[in-house]
Design a protein around this ligand. Structure first.
Ligand SMILES: [Cu+2]
Length: 242
């Protein structure tokens, strides 16, 4: 449903990557090699969106996500009443490492049922979060625990998988860092979620049935106050546009 591209570059890579406009992790993998290094890959920075913290339970990384209504100030004079996770829209960024065992304790505080789909991740079907196919929807007030091992690396999403809920903002970035960094090394890694909203001038609730979008946000913030792109252009790094 959402397209994603991961475009990485550095000064030394720029020439050889010229002409490449879009590539997934597999495209990137063909162009770069791995190297053994004691230096971990850089963490992704998602301007205006926090990282989701976790606790350890043995070797399992335990995250907690709550789906709930969120007020998002997209510019100082406009606040949208949307849906998000843990008070944020888009939801907080989940960063793990390839090979990690991950548990996500998910709670639904929305006024309707929902579920969590792990977009692009290869999982047992019962962890895939598709209502009535892989699980019963999670009703308001209920929790559901997802648990899986991340054997891929790359930039993915988590998002609701019930009708029109993505249009209300229920999405976030899920990054699986490679165990070993790519060579040449990426200096900076930025993640930006692009969202479109149809909100009448006197209203604050997006019309999820309309595709005549009038608000466009980068990580939940609209121009002119969003400086996420300003912070990236001109710097060597990788940008994941989601
Ligand atoms: Cu998806």
């Amino acid at each position: 449903m959402f397209g994603t591209g991961l475009l990485g570059w550095s000064e030394s890579l720029r020439a050889q990557m010229r002409g490449m406009t879009r590539g997934g992790e597999s495209e990137r993998s063909k162009r770069v090699s791995r190297k053994k290094s004691s230096v971990a890959p850089v963490r992704m920075i998602t301007p205006d969106v926090v990282d989701l913290p976790h606790e350890m339970d043995g070797n399992t990384k335990v995250f907690r996500l709550v789906a709930e209504p969120v007020k998002r100030k997209v510019v100082p004079w406009k606040t949208l009443e949307v849906w998000g996770y843990n008070g944020s829209c888009p939801g907080p960024t989940i960063q793990v490492t390839q090979g990690d065992r991950v548990r996500v304790i998910f709670e639904n505080r929305l006024p309707e049922s929902t579920s969590m789909h792990w977009h692009g991740l290869e999982l047992p079907i019962e962890q895939d979060g598709v209502p009535w196919i892989s699980q019963k929807p999670t009703a308001p007030g209920e929790t559901f625990t997802y648990e899986f091992t991340v054997h891929q690396e790359g930039t993915f999403f988590y998002h609701a998988h019930s009708a029109m809920q993505e249009m209300m903002g229920l999405i976030g970035i899920f990054v699986a860092h490679p165990k070993e960094e790519f060579a040449p090394r990426v200096d900076h890694d930025y993640g930006i979620v692009l969202q479109e909203w149809a909100v009448l001038p006197s209203n604050s609730v997006p019309n999820s049935a309309s595709m005549e979008f009038n608000w466009l946000t980068f990580n939940g913030v609209a121009a002119p106050v969003d400086d996420a792109v300003d912070r990236t252009i001109g710097q060597p790094g990788a940008i994941a546009l989601s």
